[in-house]
Design a protein around this ligand. Structure first.
Ligand SMILES: Cc1cc2nc3c(=O)[nH]c(=O)nc-3n(C[C@H](O)[C@H](O)[C@H](O)COP(=O)(O)OP(=O)(O)OC[C@H]3O[C@@H](n4cnc5c(N)ncnc54)[C@H](O)[C@@H]3O)c2cc1C
Length: 388
């Protein structure tokens, strides 16, 4: 197979029926792009599919710990660096200086910066509808035809499209979020990521404001998928005196799911790799996309079979299971803590050594170190892929 880049657009949306690749990555957002970037230069045919053009649909406030942007070589997309976080309840407020910083970014630019690092990978817009397992891999069915590959990745977000059954809200372990993106004067922006826990706004969840250059990203997340978030988001925008404009939102998982199932790799939200309580899922999508790519690279290199890679990747995902479990417990408990006690708790965390320890632990569960070390050796020739 000769690697080539072929981004099909608009009128070029011809049939892709019968196309084949060594690695088929379904979903070209955080997890899918991190995975494809990791496989760049290995001499194999990597094909990404997404229903939208790369970077077209932002569904997040796009704040990530800055070390991840450094590790991935992302520069242009950065908007605001935020060294502080504040937590406010109706009874008081606490403001922390973190041992690391958040950086908000522009989604489209970040996706294009990642895509620029994906080497000869190909990208095609197509809506994935399902898959059939074959003797040597999978046939993935799309609205533009069938594509086959020995290695298939589901990086399509919370729905887990390539598994059966899919996740369907509201009766699924999903949270939901909605935000507005009003323009603001950058000079008036604070250097903090602000959180509000106010049950009169959202009974089980929180509200946030993420400064991003000349834009403010103001939203509400609910841990209970039955609770609506539009009116709460409008209420928070009203309280902050910003326009409720440019809405965007999505569901996001809060419980870990199997990272490998029926021969498919699941990365990012499709595997539940979104941190409970915070709903932070970008750096974990990067982390697990890279981890899956590392195992896939060994298959492409002839060093292990595809089935061995699936087992190793699932085991890596499980190394973070205790972290996800603890935060899911906190997510369940937090809405039941009396508000005054919660406020006291935020104040008790305020001393700098406590902040450093708590947020250091939180970062360490998915730190950027892995993105920097042990990248697969880039090579031109491609050994055969062993299925089992
Ligand atoms: C309102 C809101 C704010 C958030 N803010 C933050 C934040 O600030 N920081 C943070 O870390 N996390 C945040 N999150 C969570 C974060 O957005 C997700 O965890 C993250 O996007 C997961 O990345 P992913 O690559 O796994 O999936 P996604 O980003 O959801 O990407 C899935 C991709 O698959 C494509 N796709 C889906 N279905 C199909 C199909 N059938 N066929 C083809 N393509 C398909 C989609 O078009 C998309 O490109 C937020 C979530 C919400 C809802």
């Amino acid at each position: 197979m000769s690697p080539r880049r072929a981004t099909l657009r608009g009128a070029e949306r011809t049939s892709i029926d019968g196309d084949a690749a060594d690695v088929l990555v379904c979903g070209a957002s955080f997890a899918g792009l991190a995975l494809a970037r990791e496989l760049a230069g290995l001499g194999h045919d990597v094909l990404l599919l997404d229903r939208y053009e790369i970077g077209e649909r932002q569904t997040s406030a796009c704040a990530v710990p800055t070390p991840w942007l450094d590790a991935l070589g992302i520069h242009e997309a950065r908007r605001s660096e935020l060294p502080h976080m504040s937590f406010t309840t109706p009874h008081g407020s606490a403001r922390y200086r973190l041992p690391w910083t958040w950086t908000s970014f522009d989604y489209r630019t970040l996706c294009h910066e990642l895509w620029d690092q994906c080497g000869d990978a190909r990208f095609v817009t197509a809506k994935v509808q399902g898959r059939t397992r074959t003797a040597d891999g999978h046939v993935v069915h799309t609205d533009r035809g069938d594509v086959s590959a020995p290695i298939v990745v589901d990086a399509m977000g919370w729905r887990r499209t390539l598994a059966t059954p899919h996740y369907q809200p509201p009766d699924a372990p999903l949270s939901r979020g909605l935000e507005v993106h009003p323009d603001v004067d950058p000079a008036t922006q604070d250097d903090a990521l602000d959180c509000w826990i106010d049950r009169s706004v959202i009974p089980r969840g929180y509200a946030w404001r993420v400064p991003a250059g000349g834009e403010s990203r103001v939203g509400v997340g609910s841990y209970d998928p039955h609770d609506h978030v539009k009116a709460p988001t409008q209420e928070v925008a009203r309280r902050l005196d910003v326009d409720a404009v440019r809405y965007q939102g999505n569901w996001f998982p809060h419980r870990l799911r199997p990272a490998a199932e029926d021969g498919v790799f699941f990365c990012g939200d499709s595997a539940g790799h979104c941190i409970p309580v915070s709903g932070e899922g970008i750096r974990t999508a990067f982390l697990f996309g890279i981890a899956a790519a590392r195992e896939i690279a060994k298959v492409l290199d002839g060093a292990q079979t595809r089935d061995e890679a699936l087992v190793a990747y699932a085991a890596f995902s499980k190394t973070r299971a205790a972290f996800f479990r603890r935060l899911l417990l906190l997510q369940r408990v937090m809405p039941r803590i009396p508000p005054r006690l919660l406020t006291l708790g935020f104040k008790l965390v305020s001393p700098q050594p406590v902040v450093d320890r708590a947020f250091g632990w939180y970062l360490a569960a998915a730190d950027a170190e892995m993105a920097l070390r042990d990248r697969p050796v880039r090579r031109a020739s491609a050994p055969a892929i062993a299925a089992d």
